[in-house]
Design a protein around this ligand. Structure first.
Ligand SMILES: [Fe+2]
Length: 184
């Protein structure tokens, strides 16, 4: 089940929950309004045949997919990779992830530049808008298996902050100002 909350500013292990005290959770609806993140709940047992994912892929034009496993066993230089994933960055395209095993955190800046942490577990599909500053980490379980999707030839290139002059960033900031009011 996906959950999202505002983060504290403690400089401790990135894999911890980093709740504020007291915790400040945010609803999926507000998450969308404040960041543009879209969320879909899929059934991990039936997604290959139940048509729900196929419909999303068709509607959004996802023509490429692969799978990534973030774990000590599957990623060479694991600790270094984790640090790289956790650097605040943006992309010129959407980042689409569908968790099928394990868990992890996607952090995104809200409209006031505050970090929101999103916990994804099996069945959670999230779409991070192009031009939004975000980062990723596993949690203390150190394991996430997820599908990645893309429109056209995949480009995974991150642009670390600051990247405010990029067109995709300007477009995103424009949308943030106007508000993501139309439900996904
Ligand atoms: Fe990213």
């Amino acid at each position: 089940m996906v959950k999202a909350w505002y983060m504290d500013n403690e400089n401790t292990d990135q894999r911890l929950e980093h709740h504020r005290n007291p915790p400040e959770f945010i609803s999926l609806e507000d998450l969308y309004k404040k960041t543009g993140i879209e969320y879909f709940k899929l059934n991990v047992d039936t997604f290959k045949t139940d048509g729900v994912l196929d419909k999303i892929k068709k509607e959004r034009g996802y023509s490429y997919e692969d799978q990534i496993t973030v774990s000590k066993e599957c990623l060479p230089n694991y600790e270094e990779k984790l640090k790289a994933f956790y650097k605040e960055h943006l992309h010129t395209d959407e980042e689409i992830r569908f968790a099928v095993e394990g868990s992890g955190y996607f952090d995104i800046r809200d409209d006031s530049d505050q970090w929101i942490r999103i916990l994804v577990t099996p069945g959670d599909m999230i779409i991070i808008p192009s031009g939004s500053y975000h980062r990723f980490t596993v949690d203390t379980n150190n394991y996430l298996k997820a599908y990645r999707y893309f429109v056209g030839e995949p480009v995974w290139l991150p642009y670390n902050r600051p990247a405010d002059d990029m067109d995709c960033r300007k477009e995103y900031v424009d949308k943030l100002k106007k508000g993501f009011s139309v439900a996904a």
